[in-house]
Design a protein around this ligand. Structure first.
Ligand code: MBD
Ligand code: FE
Length: 291
């Protein structure tokens, strides 16, 4: 590779660069091991392995196929794409079983690109963005209340999303650190207001191991355009969610299976004529008292 190729390469959001950032992020925030009793570890590991064995028997898997799997698993790690793989193809079921008891706002998967500690405003905020940030302006307002209807002043609404080219700051090169990432503290009446731009649909990197699987299986690599949010308040359960835009061709076949009808926005042309505005209210379940 020449120096010029190297430079061109470095300015793109390669699978390996994105994967390395996502892996580092995961290790910093979440990699402490759950204290799982050996009986449960044994049951879960055995059942996963039994499912693999059953698939091999049902389809008479060959040694060539077994070796292709080994090579692919090795490369997922080398590309740093385990966070991507697990969040795209597994997390939605973990979210499903862990939110089944909730009465308040629906959540969905977090995905690999959340970063804690984004700049924060009070009541209303404009997300940090470049002077020439591409995309349709979006005014997003709403309230945060408890399941009994009580407004939750001081609730924290965190938001992060891709830009109008489908890239996330801190996971793609040449984007300012906190671009399109921010948080707002709800007012006395539980209301908040966020100015941003509409994100583009997100494509899983095609040059990495997850992309290779998608290509080999004849699947597609797209997530519909979405806003990510975490909404939390004292004494209440944190909701991690995503909101989607009507009309996106991938709302019905999200590669990450994370769309729910309750998460569809209803944007209208903005009153000031510039872009779109949308209202979405969050309802939080009370924190459970038992651990
Ligand atoms: C994303 O933006 C995302 O939200 C998920 C779940 C996986 C990959 C990229
Ligand atoms: Fe995302």
């Amino acid at each position: 590779m020449t120096l010029l190729d190297q430079t061109l390469e470095d300015t793109r959001a390669t699978a390996a660069a994105t994967g390395a950032s996502a892996t580092e992020r995961f290790r910093a925030d979440k990699a402490s091991l759950a204290d799982t009793p050996p009986e449960r570890v044994s049951t879960l590991a055995r059942e996963v392995l039994e499912a693999v064995h059953a698939t091999i028997r049902r389809h008479d898997v060959t040694y060539d196929e077994f070796n292709a799997l080994k090579a692919w698993l090795i490369s997922v790690g080398e590309d740093g794409e385990w966070p991507l793989f697990l969040d795209v193809w597994v997390e939605h079921v973990v979210e499903e079983v862990n939110s089944a008891q909730r009465a308040g706002s629906k959540g969905t998967i977090e995905g690999p690109f959340y970063v804690p500690g984004a700049p924060r405003g009070t009541g209303s905020t404009t997300l940090s963005m470049r002077a020439d940030e591409p995309g349709t302006p979006l005014l997003f307002t709403g309230t945060v209340t408890s399941v009994d209807g009580t407004p939750l002043p001081g609730a924290l609404v965190e938001i992060w999303h891709a830009d109008a080219d489908g890239f996330y700051s801190q996971f793609a090169p040449d984007i300012p650190e906190w671009n399109l990432r921010g948080a707002v503290v709800a007012d006395e009446d539980g209301s908040f207001s966020i100015r941003t731009v509409q994100p583009a649909p997100y494509q899983i990197p095609t040059d990495g191991s997850c992309g290779k699987l998608i290509h080999a299986a004849g699947w597609h690599s797209w997530r519909p355009a979405h806003l990510h949010l975490k909404v939390g308040a004292e004494g209440h359960q944190l909701v991690t969610t995503q909101l989607y835009f009507p009309g996106d061709p991938h709302n019905d076949d999200d590669v990450a299976s994370a769309v729910k009808p309750e998460l569809m926005l209803d944007p209208r042309p903005a009153e000031d004529g510039d872009g779109a505005e949308v209202v979405y209210d969050f309802v939080l379940d009370r924190a459970t008292t038992e651990g």
